[in-house]
Design a protein around this ligand. Structure first.
Ligand SMILES: Nc1ncnc2c1ncn2[C@@H]1O[C@H](COP(=O)(O)OP(=O)(O)O)[C@@H](O)[C@H]1O
Ligand SMILES: [Mg+2]
Length: 253
């Protein structure tokens, strides 16, 4: 059990499919290699991708937890924490997507208060809509990790999002340019990207990390950064993830 409060990191984006879930799982893998206790909370409520990607049961999902809290049936948090391995637990998104809209955003802080002293790191996955649930997660986070692709609409939307953060005087976000999902489709140079965003890119997931057989890993419930074959073949990318993990733990809110 962690003695200190967990750090909360939310993975966000302004477009779907930029690689949020994959990035979050890869970071969870890195933290677990460092023997940190990690909780993944899947707030992509309609997607359910974390439990599916990790091949873990999702009978106990965040809807059950929130519903039990709401109706005073809640007793202990342990029964809602689904174990992936010795270091990683998960609170899955609703197994039945019809329950997603029944989760009130005010319960997200209650859920966080139940787990905050049990973990070193809490990683929150989101979808790309700026809804109430995502806003609560962003607000509770020590750092927000935006995963972006190199394409015009994504970059323009991200520039708008950055402006919102600046407007609110929030600077606790990092930008990850993910070139691994669609390698070869990079219309802009890094210099252009910086100019469009008017902001630095903090990290790059390089295009050579594109894995043709990524679906095989997902089907088998494997985290890429925990696969010895991947770790030795893609040293540069592993270093990138290690770098991100380390600097996240260092940064103050
Ligand atoms: N390194 C990679 N190599 C190949 N495909 C990838 C890689 N990272 C992500 N993908 C694929 O890109 C798609 C979007 O990734 P995902 O992590 O689900 O994004 P998001 O959570 O932002 O929607 C998925 O089909 C995923 O398998
Ligand atoms: Mg996702």
């Amino acid at each position: 059990m962690a003695l200190e409060k967990a750090k909360i990191f939310t993975v966000a984006s302004v477009k779907g499919g930029t690689g949020k879930t994959t990035t979050l799982l890869n970071l969870a893998g890195i933290f677990s290699l460092q023997k940190k206790k990690v909780l993944i909370i899947d707030l992509d409520l309609y997607g359910g991708a974390i439990a599916l990607s990790l091949n873990i049961p999702n009978e106990q999902d965040i809807y059950r937890l929130v519903d039990d809290l709401n109706s005073n049936r809640f007793e202990i948090i342990d029964r809602y924490l689904v174990k992936y391995n010795d270091y990683i637990d998960v609170i899955p998104s609703p197994k039945d997507p019809r329950n997603a809209s029944k989760i009130g955003s005010k319960y997200i802080s209650v859920v966080l208060s139940k787990v905050i002293y049990r973990y070193d790191v809490i990683l929150i996955d989101t979808n790309h809509f700026l809804n109430d649930i995502t806003l609560v997660a962003l607000d509770a986070s020590d750092q927000v990790l935006y995963v972006i692709n190199n394409d015009p609409s994504n970059l323009k939307n991200m520039a708008t999002r950055i402006a919102i953060h600046k407007d609110m005087e929030q600077d606790n976000y990092k930008i990850i340019l993910n070139e691994s999902t669609h390698p070869g489709k990079e219309p802009f140079s890094k210099y252009d990207v910086r100019n469009i965003l008017k902001e630095n890119i903090d990290y790059v997931i390089p295009k050579n990390f594109y894995l043709k057989n990524i679906d095989k890993y997902i089907l088998e419930g494997n985290i890429l950064t925990l696969q010895k074959g991947i770790a030795s073949k893609y040293k540069k990318t592993m270093d990138s993830f290690k770098n991100i993990a380390e600097s996240l733990m260092k940064d103050k809110k």
